[in-house]
Design a protein around this ligand. Structure first.
Ligand code: FAD
Ligand code: SF4
Length: 469
């Protein structure tokens, strides 16, 4: 007899909106065992599942869920960590609706299995029960004697480093900032991804023998060529795309207008939300406007509320459907009272006599023909200009690669977008013994796509190291 499936997802406990906007604690509280067990039992365990192909690191999703169904959490954790070195991060921040859950076959007739929430549950359980889970008791292969340098400690670099260490190579990660983790540390807020979780997952990578050297900007003090001469057989570049994009409109240099990068780095990395305990302040007015529609815009707007703004607007040139941010964050932002000004584009900023922003002139758009990515283009409506008063603006338009390292590395080809040109399947660049992956090759994308690129490059580097003797 066919198994009866609960047509509804087990709801995940969350902090209530009116409570969470007054603290920085995690919004989503996660499943307990009974909830995870019930949700896992919604998985059909089909012989040809759709979910695995939706995951760029190819987690054996039916396998780890079956282990939950069989109440075998150590086996479930082992299956997860086999393919994914950062499962507690991915369970929290992957855009699951476009990845694994988007290809879940149950999703054709009912809400898909909550794969991300189950992954988070197992990863958190394993971290809280290290000896019982057994996943941190790692048996590494005989050392190959080869050294690999990884530049950048975001999800791409950490994944490449972990996999290379598991292949038996000695890995050193060079990170420009004073903390490892890339966007996981400096971009994604505490209330979505607690830093103790990121640190624990980085500790796992370190436990594989990976050395992480912070405050090391490659391309400035040391070059890629020097690393290659210095005994590293190969170099992987996972340096992200962290330079901000600007609107290039009048008034953009006024005080009180931040790039999202500066805003989020000050808050997340320099801990300005704990000022004066930490000595980096941030000035946020009563009325904040955030320009953009991605995860960065959601994060900046939700931080603004938590830091005391009374009214926060998101100004976005398309509509809800076209927004690239994770659906869960968008829904959370809406529940928290963020005001969405759709089909709206800033035209110029106005300042007061002291040079502080005090208003934005915007115009309205309507959606026209689809662009090359299939999203309908915003078309300006003549005569639709209007003005809104603001005290603070955060520009979250997207990011581009920082040109420092590509420019200082001879023989490394870049594309017209400033990304490093690399083979999509292997990460191999135009320069001998150099691989690259993550946002620096794709442009700003997602944690899991960066991890997938790190994984593919690590496999190719390993194959090359073995064949080159
Ligand atoms: P990064 O994470 O950018 O890491 C690159 C690292 O390289 C950085 O630590 C940097 O300091 C270092 N570096 C750069 N240059 C050098 C150098 N010359 N020498 C040494 N080190 C260097 N994606 C999701 O999937 N889900 C989300 O919810 C999500 N939210 C986001 C929220 C924000 C605010 C931002 C900014 C991005 C978000 N993203 C999200 C996107 C995701 O974080 C990125 O796609 C991902 O981090 C890219 O990984 P990466 O390893 O390529 O680069
Ligand atoms: Fe889904 Fe991300 Fe987990 Fe893969 S790593 S199964 S895409 S949540």
């Amino acid at each position: 007899m066919a198994k009866k499936i609960n047509p509804n997802r087990v709801p995940v406990p969350e902090q209530k909106p009116e409570v969470r906007i007054r603290n920085v604690d995690e919004v989503v509280l996660g499943y307990d065992f009974d909830m995870a067990f019930e949700e896992a039992n919604r998985c059909l365990q089909l012989p040809k599942p759709g979910c695995i192909k939706g995951c760029p690191v190819e987690v054996d999703i039916p396998g780890f869920i079956r282990a939950i169904q069989e109440r075998d959490l150590p086996r479930s954790a082992k299956i997860l960590w086999d393919k994914n070195s950062l499962p507690a991060v991915c369970g929290r921040v992957c855009p699951q609706e476009r990845q694994c859950e988007g290809t879940c076959i149950l999703g054709k007739k009912a809400p898909s299995v909550a794969i991300g929430k189950l992954e988070r549950f197992v990863a958190d359980w394993a971290r809280e029960h290290p000896s019982e889970s057994g996943v941190f008791d790692i048996k590494l292969p005989k050392p190959s004697g080869k050294r690999v340098a990884v530049v950048g400690s975001g999800p791409a670099g950490l994944t490449a480093a972990a996999d290379l260490a598991k292949y038996g190579h000695k890995v050193t990660v060079f990170e420009a900032l004073h903390e490892a983790g890339g966007v996981l540390m400096y971009g994604i807020p505490e209330f979505r991804l607690p830093k103790k979780i990121v640190k624990a997952e980085i500790d796992y990578v370190r436990s594989l023998g990976v050395e992480i050297t912070v405050n090391s900007v490659i391309g400035r003090l040391t070059s890629v060529d020097e690393l290659l001469k210095d005994g590293y057989s190969a170099v992987f570049l996972g340096i992200g795309a962290g330079a901000p994009m600007f609107l290039h409109i009048s008034g953009e240099n006024l005080n009180g207008i931040y790039s999202a990068n500066e805003y989020l780095v000050r808050i997340n990395l320099m801990k300005s939300y704990l000022f004066p305990e930490y000595d980096t302040p941030i000035k946020i007015g009563r009325k904040v406007a955030v320009v953009g529609g991605g995860d960065v815009a959601m994060d900046a707007s939700r931080w603004s509320l938590r830091l005391g703004a009374d009214e926060v607007h998101i100004i976005y040139r398309r509509s809800w459907e076209e927004m690239p941010s994770r659906l869960e964050e968008r829904n959370h932002a809406k529940e928290e009272g963020i005001i969405f000004d759709f089909l709206t584009v800033p035209k110029q900023f106005f300042g007061d006599e002291h040079g502080w922003v005090k208003g934005i002139e915007c115009y309205k758009t309507e959606l026209g023909e689809p662009d090359e990515r299939g999203r309908r283009r915003p078309v300006r409506i003549p005569g639709s200009e209007f003005t809104m008063e603001v005290d603070t603006v955060v520009s979250a338009l997207g990011t581009v690669p920082n040109p420092l390292l590509p420019r200082s590395t001879e023989g490394l080809e870049t594309t017209k977008w400033g990304t490093i040109a690399a083979d999509e399947k292997t990460g191999k660049t135009s320069k001998d013994r150099v691989w690259a992956g993550g946002d620096i090759t794709s442009g700003a994308a997602t944690v899991i796509s960066a991890m997938g690129a790190g994984k593919r490059a690590a496999a190719d580097i390993d194959a090359w190291l073995r064949s080159s003797g």
